[in-house]
Design a binder for this molecule. Structure first.
Ligand code: CAA
Ligand code: NAD
Length: 286
């Protein structure tokens, strides 16, 4: 199974809960750390619901779902990561919050060879690495939403990542989780978001300009190009707060107008319309 048998996941939102679920299903002991008790309860419920859905769809036996749940501990104590061999950070796309988490994890995780990975969509891995005293053990491990469904993981070594860190993180994603890996340079957006985010922003600009309705923009791409969902529904799935944060860091990196968040996206985030997770985005989910 590889050398990693105990992992930590920081953040149990959309992504952290998915990463924790697929890892526990793969037979690994998982500690999940959330910011507070309410978020921890919500994360645990999200994982339980997703496992139940797997059982209802006949993809997983009830025994395997119970066994996966038994391998999961959800807590609010970062100290619970002390004995972990790999920790995957999946807190919100906010550099200050991530730097704080990496600094604290570095002091808490005892094994100096343990890997500290980030699921960031767009922030520089090198910057997160330099918040620790083990920059050679820091790597990007970027999963896709929904984690149980999407087969890809991007592996992003920074300029200071050791080769064996990249190799162990890659082996974890492929051999343990059964994902397919693509390697990307430490540039904002890596491979997939560098292509996807300008597309999502273009759809928002199109809606903002009155070019077409949200439904027609989405139907255009679903029925015309066989995408599984249209760009506005996809932005709602990703989260409009996350879409804006990713666009902002890509704009900061490249200074190209195609990465600039359009005013409609800014106002929706200001209004708390974060998409599916808040119940309202380009569509209503209540
Ligand atoms: N957990 C487990 N399985 C799930 C699931 C979940 N959360 N959501 C859907 N599924 C499974 C279903 O069980 C179903 O499986 P079967 O076909 O075997 O029955 C399959 O996925 C399809 O699900 P549904 O029929 O319920 O719904 P759908 O056909 O509308 O698919 C979708 C939903 C999987 C989200 C699909 O629309 C899709 O793939 N959309 C594109 C998502 C995408 O592009 N993600 C990348 C976002 S960008 C990103 O992640 C990077 C970033 O940094 C922002
Ligand atoms: P989210 O808003 O659903 O979840 C973030 C979680 O982090 C929340 O539950 C929050 O309570 C928790 N959190 C915040 N500060 C914390 C702390 N100090 N300690 C522990 N938990 C903390 O966000 P998400 O969509 O899961 O995104 C998480 C990360 O994954 C971001 O970096 C994002 O860019 C990346 N990502 C998102 C997607 C996506 O489609 N949403 C896809 C790939 C990668």
């Amino acid at each position: 199974m590889g050398d990693i048998t105990r992992i930590g996941v920081i953040g149990a939102g959309l992504m952290g809960s998915g990463i924790a679920e697929v890892t526990a299903k793969a037979g690994i002991d998982v500690v999940v750390v959330e910011a507070d008790a309410t978020a921890a309860d919500a994360g645990r419920t999200r994982i339980e619901k997703s496992l139940r859905r797997g059982v209802d769809k006949g993809k997983l036996s009830a025994e395997d779902a119970d066994a996966a749940l038994a391998r999961l501990t959800v807590t609010t104590e970062l100290d619970a990561c002390a004995d972990r061999e790999l920790v995957i950070e999946a807190v919100a796309e906010n550099e200050a919050v991530k730097l704080d988490v990496f600094g604290r994890l570095d002091s808490i995780v005892r094994d100096p060879d343990a890997i500290l990975a980030s699921n960031t969509s767009s922030l520089p891995i090198a910057r997160l690495a330099m918040a620790t005293r083990r920059p050679d053990r820091v790597v990007g491990l970027h999963f896709f939403n929904p984690v149980p469904v999407q087969k890809l993981v991007e592996v992003i070594p920074s300029l200071v990542t050791a080769d064996d860190t990249t190799a162990r993180a890659t082996a974890f994603a492929t051999d343990v989780l059964g994902k397919t890996v693509v390697r990307a340079a430490d540039r904002a957006g890596f491979v997939v978001n560098a292509l996807l985010i300008p597309y999502l922003l273009s759809a928002i600009r199109m809606l903002e300009a009155g070019h077409a309705s949200a439904e027609d923009i989405d139907n255009g791409m679903v029925l015309g190009c066989a995408h599984p969902m249209g760009p506005l529904r996809l932005a709602d799935l990703v989260g409009l707060d996350t879409t804006k944060a990713v666009a902002d860091s890509m704009y900061e990196e490249y200074k190209e107008p195609l990465y600039a968040a359009p005013p409609l996206l800014l106002r929706m985030v200001d209004a708390g319309h974060y998409g599916r997770k808040s119940g309202r985005g380009f569509y209503d989910y209540t």
